[in-house]
Every structure is written in C-alpha cells, then in structure tokens.
Design a protein around this ligand. Structure first.
Ligand code: F6R
Length: 612
C-alpha cells in the first residue's frame, strides 16, 4: 500500500526520493508526489505511476537536500492529483506524507473548519497537517512538539513524515500501526515505509515503534520520544537483505524471478534448522515455546490471502503428524467475531510482509486474552514479528512481485519443520517414518530445481487457455489449499475468474458450471486418496470439462483421462503442496503475460495491506 520516502543530508534529495518511490512501487499505489525544500517548499504530484511524475518533472531544476515523497493507495477520496500526497498545511509552511487512516478525521476537520481552515482535498492527511499547524501556531511550540500533541488527538493508524519551511534541517517522523524505518547513513538519514529504498545507502536502521516520534536533524544524532513525551533510545539494527535481491537480475518480471528462486528460498528456510541425517529439527526462534505448543489446547493459525492458504496446509501437517488440533482463521474475521481464546491456546500468525493490518489486529486481540503468539514472517523487523512472543523467519528474501510465490513455499516449509518437531517430541510418528520424512524434506529443493528447469508444458497449456473466462481448481487433503492458492494466483494477475474447491465438493454445486469451455485444474498426485481424485476427474470429463492435471512423474492413469498433464517429481504426501503449487504459479504467470497483464503490479492490489 502507500509508500513513504524521505531524505535529509548533503546530497540532492530529488534523485534519491524518486528512486526510493520506484523501489516502493511493488507495494501498489495510484498516485505519487514529492516535496522539496530549498529556499522555498515546493510540492509536485501526479495521478498514476512514478514514471509519470518523473516525466512531469523532467528538465526542471529541483534543488534541495531535504525532501519527502509518497506513493498513495487511495482510501479517503478518489485517486487524483489533489488527493495525492504530500499535502500542504493551509499556510503552505508544512508538508506531510502519511500512510494509514485517521479514523476521527471528520470530527477534527469540523473543528478546524470552525477555526477558519479550508481544505482542498478529501483526505484525512490534510486534516492532520492542519491540526499540526494549528497547534504550532496557537500553543507556540516547536514543530516536533506540535506533531506529538497532534498525534495525541488522533485515533487510527499512521506513519508520517513532516517537512517544515521554517526547519530546513529537520524531518519529523512518527508511527502507529503503520511501519516506518529510519536508515542511518554516514552523514545523512533516509526514512521509508520499508527498508527497500534504504538498502543501497546504509544497512544501519531503526524501526520506529508504535507511538514514537523521531526528530531527524541534519548532522545530529537521531532523537526519539514517545507521544507521551518519554525519551527513547534508538535501537539500531542491521539489514540482512542486499541490493541484488531487490533487482530483477535479468528476468523480465519479479514474479518469474521469485518463482524460479524457490529451490534457494526453501533451502534457506531450512538452513541450520534441519539436520536430516542426525534426525534434528531445531527452530531456534520458537525453542522456548515448544512445551507450550505441545500442551496447547489447540493451535489457531491466523493469516490473510496466500498466507492463509499456507496456514491451511499447516492444519493438515500439525493434525496429521503431531495430532494437535488446529483451526485456521482469516485474521479479518477472527478479530471481529469475539473468539473464545485463552492462555492454553497458541496462535501462529503467518505473514510475508509482517505488516498486514488484520493479522496484526488478530494478534493484539489474542494477546489480550492471554494466548501465546508465534509468528512466521518474511520481513525481518516488521511489525508482526515484533508483536509476537516468538517466531521463525522464512528467509525467502525480498518478495517484490505483488502475487506471493516464494513466500508461500517458504511458509509451508517452516510449518512442516514445526509440525515434524512437534511430532518428534510427542512421539506421534514412528522414528523410521520421521527419519524418512526428514530426508525427503532435505532433498526437496533439488526436486524443485529439477521441476523449474523445464516449463514448456506449462507454457503450452497457458497458450491454450489464455482466453478462458473461468477456471476451476480442485484438490483434496493436503492439496485442497493448493487448489485455493492456484485459483488465487490466476485471478490476481490474469483477472480470469477462478475458484478453488475440495474436489469432492464439486458435485455439491460447481459441477453445474462444467461444460466444454471450463478448464478444470486437478491436483492429482499419486498419494493419499488418489483413486478418489481420479473419480473426480472422470466426473469432470463425463461433462466434457477440460482437465489439466498435476500428476506424479510416471503416472499413466490420469494421463489417459486428462487433456493435459503437468508432472511433478515423486515425493511424500506431506510435501506435495510445495511441489504442486509451483507449476500453478507458472501457469498463472504465463497466462497473465499472454493476456498482456502487469503481473508484478496487478490492478487494485497492494503488496502489504496496512489498512483493514
Ligand atoms: C496473494 C497475496 C495476498 C497476501 C495477503 C497477506 O498473492 O499476496 O493474498 O498473501 O495480502 O499478506 P501477508 O502475507 O504479507 O500478510
């Protein structure tokens, strides 16, 4: 969603800000803007892409060593130039960029209107900047104090950076519920909504905590205080990602790069955690909580979207291997349905970005009720890992394509490790099977690699079905979540309507849709209740549906019935979701490309959904 970039230092700010906005494009947005302070405070914004803003400013002299910039994903007011950020205060002496939503903005706006303020935009952000200006003028306080006092009046979520014409050497930044990172360079500071625009300049960063205000002054140490006016000591951390991971590395799209990276990302997610020969599974991050998980009444997995699908695979894994009851909840539903939770429950929150607002809210709710909260996240230092009691990072590396791919397989990898560890501790599976599963998991990245080498069949199928209006995805058991994930990938990036269903459930409704125009993707590896899935395929074929089947290499039964087959290497049933998802990611990718869609930034979608 919205992206923030700000700079203060000896260099010219504009090129740094524009590059930073480009790095944040993956988050999803619909307008962009920049404010620069030299002798005057100047503001430029456009509807549409950052390239449009760049084009608009091309050839202009844009001096200034301090500035702020923003990509906006519309919440209050339509995506147009007026509503784009930055926003000026009424006197045009302050400019602000803001991510999040000020929930009580209407009340504050009413008060400000009574006091003579006029508003140009429909945004809550313009209300906030005028509130800061009003406090500064009426209370005669310094800028940071005016920001702090204003933030005490607002209800909602924010990450903001304020630039003042009267303070050419200072930026004020603050956060609550929306992330903000401050990069500390040798003689400069970078601020951004995530670390991607900062990595190329410095690895030293401070993640602001909720309700903290940072006073960032040229050539001075960073100062942080709480909105309750308590001084805080900045905690400097090192970024682990590197610049190469943020580039396309020769690929046309981030999504394809990330799909093709999965042998590496799965290996990295297991590195140091799996010693197959010794029979060791060790997740250091959750070690202290192992007994708690073992004794838990149940595990509740909360997540959204693709991460929720990973959670569903987790449910099969924990119940099957470790015999621990699991519920999987959409975080957005969980948070509002007054769930029954207590101190004997363990919550596992799964999130690639670590910033998903609904997942964060679900965590806070469960925490208040005394549950133990564990996290499985990809972005180090993001809000969810900081809100949980403990957790494991996925180590998939930065995921820039909006459609989640390598994060999913890394999440399932971590869940597999967790479930195996629990099974080992509880003794719920025989030692020989346990050792065999560890070995199969250990060699899984090699199988992923083998599978990624040749995608000619997937391309052919994509060509054949690129004009379809609908798709149905079917799977059973461990592969039911795979069907959901395959359908989600396709609809997100190709805009073809697709539904995922448990294969047997088809005859209770969706079967009515099947005719010769309906492509049906069936995940039918030679594991589990294979025969039942074969029967489901026959049901589709009997109605002239077109079957695209994901089968185990060497399968002949399904090959004889299906119209197309995509082979995956043979593996254990519990590991099939990781392998079977990958060709479905590729199928969605190639169909979207053939339809001319923007796969890395599909319409209306945001990479990290920081508002509810
Ligand atoms: C799908 C996708 C989304 C995310 C969802 C949760 O490709 O990317 O459905 O999975 O918004 O995001 P995280 O995992 O960041 O919490």
């Amino acid at each position: 969603m919205c992206g923030i970039v700000a700079y203060i230092g000896p260099k010219q700010a504009y090129p740094i800000l524009i590059k930073g906005l480009q790095r944040l494009e993956y988050r999803g947005y619909d307008s962009a803007g920049v404010a620069l302070l030299n002798d005057e405070l100047r503001l430029f914004k456009t509807k549409g892409k950052v390239s449009k803003l760049k084009e608009f400013l091309n050839g202009q002299h844009l001096p200034g060593t301090i500035g702020i910039a923003h990509t906006r994903w519309a919440t209050h007011g339509e995506p147009n130039q007026i509503n784009a950020h930055p926003h000026f205060s009424q006197s045009k002496s302050l400019a602000i960029i803001h991510n999040g939503i000020i929930e009580n903005y209407a009340l504050i706006k009413e008060e400000l209107i009574k006091r003579g303020y006029k508003f140009e935009s429909d945004t809550d952000t313009e209300v906030l900047v005028n509130l800061i200006e009003d406090i500064r003028n009426n209370e005669g306080v310094l800028l940071d104090e005016a920001v702090r006092l204003a933030l005490n009046q607002v209800v909602g979520a924010y990450a903001i950076v304020v630039l003042s014409k009267d303070h050419p050497n200072t930026l004020i930044a603050a956060r609550k519920g929306s992330p903000l990172v401050i990069g500390i360079g040798k003689d400069d500071y970078h601020v951004a909504s995530d670390a991607t625009p900062i990595i190329e300049y410095t690895k030293d960063v401070v993640y602001l905590e909720d309700e903290e205000v940072a006073i960032i002054t040229r050539n001075q140490e960073l100062k942080i205080k709480s909105i309750k006016n308590k001084d805080k000591t900045p905690y400097i951390q090192q970024l682990e990602w590197n610049l190469a991971e943020l580039e396309k590395g020769g690929y046309e799209h981030f999504m394809l790069k990330e799909i093709n990276e999965q042998a590496r990302s799965i290996r990295d997610s297991m590195r140091g955690r799996l010693k197959a020969r010794e029979g060791i599974v060790a997740l250091g991050g959750v070690k202290e909580y192992e007994q708690k998980i073992l004794k838990a009444n149940r595990i509740i997995i909360v997540a959204c979207g693709t991460s929720w699908h990973a959670g569903l695979v987790g449910e099969y894994l924990f119940e099957d291997l470790a015999r621990i009851p699991v519920e999987v909840e959409y975080a957005s539903e969980f948070r509002y349905r007054n769930p029954i939770i207590n101190e004997n429950d363990v919550i596992i929150a799964i999130s690639q970005s670590g910033e998903t607002a609904d997942t964060l809210a679900a965590i806070e709710l469960a925490k208040k009720k005394g549950a133990t909260i564990l996290g499985i996240c990809n972005v180090v230092g993001s809000s969810i890992p900081r809100a949980t009691h403990a957790g494991s990072y996925t180590h998939a590396g930065p995921e820039i394509g909006v459609a989640s791919t390598k994060a999913f397989t890394a999440q399932v990898t971590i869940l597999t490790l967790m479930a195996l560890r629990m099974a080992q501790m509880k003794g719920t599976i025989p030692r020989t099977r346990f050792m065999h599963l560890l070995h199969s998991l250990d060699i899984l990245p090699d199988k992923v690699e083998e599978m990624l080498e040749d995608d000619s069949v997937v391309r052919l199928i994509a060509e054949e079905f690129k004009d379809a209006g609908n798709f149905l995805y079917l799977g059973r058991g461990y592969n039911f979540p795979v069907a959901l994930e395959g359908a989600l990938k396709l609809k997100e990036i190709s805009y073809i309507h697709a539904e995922g269903y448990p294969a047997a459930e088809m005859k209770h409704g969706p079967i009515a849709l099947i005719d010769e125009n309906m492509p049906v993707v069936v995940i039918s590896p030679y594991v589990g209740i294979y025969d039942k899935v074969v029967s489901n395929i026959r049901e589709v074929k009997a109605r002239n549906g077109k079957v695209i089947a994901i089968v185990t290499k060497g399968d002949t039964t399904v090959k004889d019935i299906a119209d197309y087959v995509i082979e995956i290497p043979k593996t254990e049933e519990i590991l099939v979701p990781i392998l079977a998802t990958i060709p479905l990611q590729k199928l969605a990718y190639y169909i979207a490309i053939l339809r001319g869609c923007n796969v890395d930034q599909p319409r209306n979608l945001a990479k990290s959904v920081t508002v509810e």
